[in-house]
Structure formats: C-alpha cells, structure tokens
Design a binder for this molecule. Structure first.
Ligand code: HEM
Length: 200
C-alpha cells in the first residue's frame, strides 16, 4: 500500500557509529562553520591558534588512547594518538607548548570515552581538507602539519577499521547512551576551546 505508515517499514537497525554521527551532526556542522569563520589558514599565527585548540583537545583524549581497557576495543588505539604530532607541529612553528592542567575526560567511564574517541578519530577525516589549506601556508606532513597527514593505509580504511571496532564493542543500551553523551561532550569541549582561543 503506497501510504503505509512509515514506522511499519522494515528498516535495518542503525549501527552505533551511525547513531553517533546522527546525534552529533548539527554540532559538527556548527563547529566546522565556526572554525572556518576564524580563518585558521589566513596566516601561520592564525594556524597556531587552531593548533592550540587541537593540542588541548588531544591532551584531553591522550589518556584514553593509552588506556588498556579501551585498547581491547581497538587494538591499534595507542598508535592512533595525535598529541605528540600536534606538539611537534607547534614546535616546528616556534611555539613551545605550555603545560596543561585541566583534563576534561573521565577515563573510568568507558562508554563515554568511546564517544570522545569517535570525535577525535573522526576529525582526521576532515583533516584531508585542512591539509590542503595548510600546504598553501608552506606547511606539510613533515613540517607544521604532521597531525593532518593521512595514515599510510589511507584515511578511509583507517577510519573504517576504527568504526568497525566501535560497532563491534559489546555495549548495553545504557552504555550506548553514555557513548552518545561522551561524543556530545567532546564536541562541546572543542567548541568551548575554539570560542576561547580562536577569535572570529
Ligand atoms: C573546519 C574544520 C572541519 C572541517 C572542514 C571538517 C570536515 C569534515 C568532513 C568533510 C568530514 C566527512 C569526511 C567523509 O565523510 O569522508 C568530517 C567528518 C568528521 N569530522 Fe570534521 N571537519 C572539521 C572539524 C572537525 C573537528 C574540529 C572535529 C572534532 C574534534 C570533527 C569531527 C568529525 C567527525 C567525528 C567526523 C566523522 C563523522 C562520521 O562520518 O561519523 N571535525 N569532517
């Protein structure tokens, strides 16, 4: 029947990652627009402010990449951490990273931590576009834009291996809700850092 009620149509269940994407889609759109409004590639000085946002966010999630329980979910997790590359990018540009003292994530909440990791890993997809802009400033994956480089196996495959691990993790419905809350908290944290550190 053409006008059957839509909720009676048999649809495949949404994967965990699809849920995370849907739940944070608007936050991502607004963050992307807000970052571009600050023109992070207008000059090296402006790019350094963007790097400082990245550094603080990746310092938040660094303990998660090193967490043995989370490494059971994604066995290559430790190798995915970006903080050291971001700090080297800052040094390349003559900006010495200052010590950080305000960790924003509770690593003991494992499902929420997976939400934070979803956001950190997903940001490497958008980095393809950001790297093209960084090249125009004379930066590249060996100088100043190390953390924006694609993984040797390719961004797409590297991302799919992470999302597959996330989708395969045995979580309860309550855990899934905490993962969504963790992803939303991660986007909110990055937004607050951008508002603090990247003037429009
Ligand atoms: C100006 C800055 C940004 C631009 C232009 C941008 C752009 C993009 C693009 C084009 C994709 C989709 C890539 C694809 O599907 O192949 C993407 C995905 C994603 N980005 Fe961004 N992004 C930006 C900043 C960020 C930041 C700062 C974060 C978080 C810290 C972030 C988190 C994500 C996530 C989680 C995904 C994966 C969504 C999914 O497929 O589940 N992005 N971004």
């Amino acid at each position: 029947m053409a006008d059957a009620a839509p909720d009676l149509i048999d649809r495949p269940a949404e994967s965990r990652v699809q849920t995370l994407r849907r739940a944070t889609h608007d936050m991502h759109e607004r963050l992307d627009a807000r970052i571009m409004q600050a023109q992070p590639f207008a000059s090296r000085a402006s790019y350094i402010r963007f790097l400082e946002v990245q550094r603080r966010f990746h310092a938040d999630v660094a303990p998660l990449y090193a967490d043995a329980r989370l490494q059971l979910v994604a066995p290559d997790l430790a190798a995915r951490a970006k903080l050291a590359l971001i700090e080297q990018d800052l040094r390349d540009l003559g900006a010495e990273p200052a010590p950080l003292t305000d960790p924003a994530v509770d690593p003991s909440d494992l499902p929420a931590a997976l939400g934070w990791l979803y956001v950190a890993e997903g940001s490497s997809l958008g980095a393809a576009f950001l790297l093209k802009e960084a090249l125009k400033l004379g930066l590249d994956p060996d100088f100043g834009a190390r953390h924006l480089a694609a993984h040797p196996e390719g961004r797409g495959l590297h991302w799919r291996r992470f999302t597959q691990a996330l989708d395969d993790a045995p979580l309860s419905a309550d855990d899934d809700a905490r993962a969504v809350a963790g992803a939303a908290a991660a986007f909110a944290r990055v937004r607050a850092l951008v508002d603090d550190l990247m003037p429009k």
